[in-house]
Design a protein around this ligand. Structure first.
Ligand code: SF4
Length: 468
């Protein structure tokens, strides 16, 4: 039985039951939220087990080989235990070896297959194979987020997807072939969803997309409306509006997948003013201009190191998280060392690294100079050793500092301590702050609320703090 099986809060009376498995990245998670919201609005219930469900939906991920395997295993498991399976998500858009749909070639008995971002197609397939219940009272969406729908994250943080797809064609990536070109959501809709989330108790809003800095490019930064006033569909205006909204609710806004374009410079002062968190998730992937060109990365011509140094001058508390690829085709030892130097010089706070591995259908597979797997792996370990040293030094600088921490877990109201995150830690991907029991007996901790904590130690990638 999959650990990712999701349930909607049960409603009254018997209703058709659906098992739902959500795999993959935050963008896939928001697709799952849309489908679950719609299922719930139509009165479907969810089942905790495959064999207790009338039908199973699997939202798949097709990004790297491990994710593909996990998705295929889950589909096989659902077919085995239930038999009626609808597949959606990135893997659903992939072509198989025979030239047809990959899932259909491998599992001809699935009821329907759709690509990502296909709520309506999934609902049509559900209606065909499991007619919706007729109960007018079930048309109400449960949960406290109103127009924002159901959320799969804990109540105090939520992902806000501002666009779908991507206009770039990075040579190692097949996302555009699965999710299509950039389609930005109307700014009024995005802000309406954010408002509903804050009103529903969200204390941290995580802005996601494939390329947050490109928001609005596809619609020529069209002017929309919010709160009766015109507003451009552009990253700067969006971030400003979200920051003001968050401020009114005493909440955080965190930006993910931002590319180092000159336009991002205008966001940094908003971070320095405290309107949005001084945290940027910038997927650099490499530092050497020739490797970036071979990767066809967005902003590959930019002087990234100088840009980061300027950002840090404007906003010294800025935390940068990034992901990198070691051993890309043709990467020379000198190019790799350029990357290690960049990590040091740019003082990347949090860095993840993949050893390059070919992805079915990616252009990079045909590039000359493919490196042996052992060398790619060796470079990844060398990278991680440097990344950890840089990160540790950054973490050690925090000892003695008092930070605001959002509490994620606090058994017994925090009397025995708890776990939270500072502005430097995004959920799931970064470290945490381990909270010791508060100094004052009267102080309590509550999940979803902020506390101040004096940082007293570093533990691995995490900090240790005393609530004060
Ligand atoms: S920017 Fe590049 S890596 Fe990111 S989704 Fe677009 S093509 Fe893929």
């Amino acid at each position: 039985m999959s650990e990712n099986l999701i349930t909607i809060s049960p409603s009254q009376g018997p209703a058709p039951r659906i098992g739902f498995v959500s795999l993959g990245c935050p963008k896939a998670l928001t697709d799952s939220e849309l489908i679950l919201t719609q299922l719930s609005a139509e009165g479907y219930q969810t089942s905790k087990t495959f064999d207790g469900a009338d039908l199973v939906i699997v939202n798949t991920c097709g990004f790297i080989d491990d994710a593909v395997q996990e998705s295929l295993d889950t589909i096989a498991e659902a077919l085995n235990e239930n038999g009626k399976v609808i597949v959606t998500g990135c893997l659903g858009a992939k072509t198989g070896e025979g030239g047809g749909n990959m899932i259909r070639e491998m599992h001809p008995s699935v009821l329907a297959v759709t690509g990502p971002h296909a709520t309506q197609e999934v609902m049509d397939a559900v209606h065909t194979h499991l007619p919706k219940p007729h109960d007018p009272f079930l048309d109400l969406v449960p949960g406290g987020f109103g127009t924002a729908g159901l959320k799969l994250t804990p109540r105090h943080y939520a992902y806000l997807k501002i666009s779908e797809g991507c206009n770039h064609r990075c040579t190692f990536c097949i996302i555009p072939s699965m999710r299509g070109d950039l389609v930005s959501r109307p700014i009024g809709d995005v802000l309406k969803e954010a408002q509903a989330l804050f009103a529903g108790g969200v204390k941290e809003l995580l802005v996601i997309s494939q390329d947050t800095s490109a928001y609005g490019v596809d619609i020529q930064y069209r002017t929309g409306f919010w709160d009766g006033k015109p507003i451009k569909s552009r990253m700067l205006e969006l971030v400003q509006a979200l920051g003001e909204m968050a401020k009114a609710h005493g909440a955080w806004v965190r930006l993910h997948y931002v590319y180092p374009y000159p336009s991002v410079d205008a966001i940094i002062p908003l971070m320095a003013q405290g309107l949005v968190l001084p945290y940027l998730d910038v997927p650099f992937q490499h530092s050497h201009p020739d490797v970036l060109r071979r990767m066809k990365r967005p902003a590959s011509g930019e002087k990234n190191l100088e840009r980061i140094q300027q950002w840090r001058e404007l906003c010294p508390q800025l935390v940068i998280r990034s992901t990198f690829i070691a051993g890309f085709p043709g990467e020379t030892e000198a190019e790799f060392e350029h990357l290690l130097n960049f990590l040091h010089e740019a003082r990347i706070d949090r860095a993840g690294c993949f050893a390059y591995s070919p992805v079915d259908g990616a252009q990079a597979n045909a590039l000359p100079g493919q490196l042996p797997a052992a060398l790619r792996e060796e470079r990844r370990s060398r990278f991680m050793a440097v990344a950890e040293e840089v990160s540790m030094n950054r973490l050690r600088d925090r000892i003695g500092v008092t930070m605001q921490v959002l509490v994620d877990s606090a058994p017994a109201m925090g009397r025995k301590g708890g776990v939270g995150r500072s502005y430097a830690d995004a959920p799931e991907i970064d470290g945490v702050v381990h909270l010791l029991p508060p100094e004052k007996m009267s102080k309590t901790l509550k999940v979803g609320e902020f506390t101040s904590a004096r940082i007293v130690d570093v533990r691995g990638h995490d900090l240790v703090g005393v609530p004060v």
